[in-house]
Design a protein. Sequence first.
Length: 231
Amino acid sequence: MADDGAADKGIEFSRQIDGYCERTSPEFWSEPINAITNGAFLIAAGIAFILALRSGRMDGPVIWLIVLMTMIGIGSFLFHTFATVWAAIADTAPIAVFILSYFTISMRYFAGYSWGWSALLTVVFIAVLVGMSGVLNPLLRDLIGGSVSYMPALLSLLALGLWLRSRSHPAGNWLIAVAILFTASLTSRALDLPLCEGLPHGTHWLWHILNGAVLGTLTVALIRHGEVRRA
């Protein structure tokens, strides 16, 4: 499917995007497997909701992460059906918000900082992500394509898990395990186009399933090991 963009006219929100192996036309259901597997995010959100309810952990941060997981599932479904610029924004924006939200919440509930310090550390975290992207993008772009944009988040997740483990915090092992799972998830995303000739449906759908497990497990880690602190 050809890209019909007119680059000099600014952002064209209705412009079609063809970035995945399964898409072969601009039709709504051109990516049926990629679209349907976004249900993994909704299932993860549902499991987290039930666990939080049973654990008496229906506090603001937990509810917020569950809402974001739901938005990620919906946004990704829109992108893999409409495949337009506006749908891509609906897909990626909730993911970015989840990453930053989880870091802030981790600083508060796992590390024990105040909300103010947690917010300040998140600003530093954003700067680190931007810096890492600038370094990793030219090194890995040709190797793993657009998946390089998630590498800073993966490395940061691993670093946070190791740091918490060094402090004997039980969430440390959870985050390290999630980092390993996220590595497998990111690999499936990166292999979608390279394996397209042999696998007509690609591997991006596996990214959805594994990433649903990643976000769900991160939320469960907060429910189980996030100490409720009051400012």
